[in-house]
Write a protein that binds this ligand. Structure first.
Ligand code: DX5
Ligand code: ZN
Length: 220
């Protein structure tokens, strides 16, 4: 079970400090890059990733909500990205873009928006280190979780199990202590949480709380 706080909800004037406060308790740092074209918002880019890399060793899970993300793979790698996730809505056949990411030494993920069916991603599962099931429409933090996407998480988990794949299944958007167990039970093993972590009075306590919830088992 991997917890991946999204820095989108952090205080950007104190980003290094915010990240270092949670880093000892989490597995990945989810970095939301938005271009103002694929999504109607602009967030952060390569210079910020580079500065953050100097402040922490944590693995960077870069969620590229943008058109032409492959154009930036080399600079992203150089800045310190570890995983790049592109959207299937941008690359309906992601075979080539996956190869480009790997050629740069990056791990590769594919994300699907709430309206995109799992069947569109299914043929490409083996290209991915991780798939990302969006539980909100991408572009903004702090939105409500869309429970209907859990069916796709179940389908993905079944496929991973039945084919002995090692693919991580990440769910992104609207996750907090109230629903993280439900997301785990559907089959996710990577949990992104932005506002639930960085809008909490104590972000360290918030990630520990998420960890406790996700690792709890209600034994019958
Ligand atoms: C949405 C982003 C998410 C988001 C998560 O466009 O991809 O990663 O920041 O934030 P919360 O947890 O607040 O939904
Ligand atoms: Zn994201």
């Amino acid at each position: 079970m991997l917890i991946a706080p999204s820095i989108l909800a952090a205080d950007f004037s104190r980003l290094g400090e915010e990240v270092n406060r949670v880093a000892p308790y989490v597995d990945l740092l989810h970095v939301d890059v938005m271009d103002g074209h694929f999504v109607p918002n602009i967030s952060l880019g390569i210079p910020v990733i580079e500065s953050l890399r100097a402040a922490t060793d944590i693995k960077f899970d870069c969620h590229l909500m943008m058109l032409n993300p492959d154009f930036y793979f080399a600079p992203l790698r150089k800045a310190g990205a570890d995983i790049v996730t592109v959207h299937l809505e941008v690359f309906p056949d992601p075979t080539e873009v996956a190869a480009k990411a790997r050629a740069e030494g990056l791990e590769f993920g594919i994300a699907i928006n709430p309206p995109t069916p799992f069947s569109a991603l299914e043929p490409y599962m083996e290209l991915c280190d991780m798939i990302v099931v969006m539980a909100v429409h991408p572009g903004f933090g702090g939105q409500s979780f869309i429970p209907e996407v859990l069916k796709k998480v179940e389908n993905a988990r079944n496929l991973v199990e039945s084919n002995d794949l090692l693919t991580d299944i990440e769910v992104d958007g609207g996750i907090g202590a109230a629903n993280i167990e439900r997301v785990r039970d559907a089959g996710a093993n990577v949990f992104v949480a932005g506002s639930a972590v960085f809008n909490a009075a104590d972000s360290t306590e918030a990630v520990r709380h998420l960890r406790t919830a996700v690792e709890s088992r209600d034994e019958a």
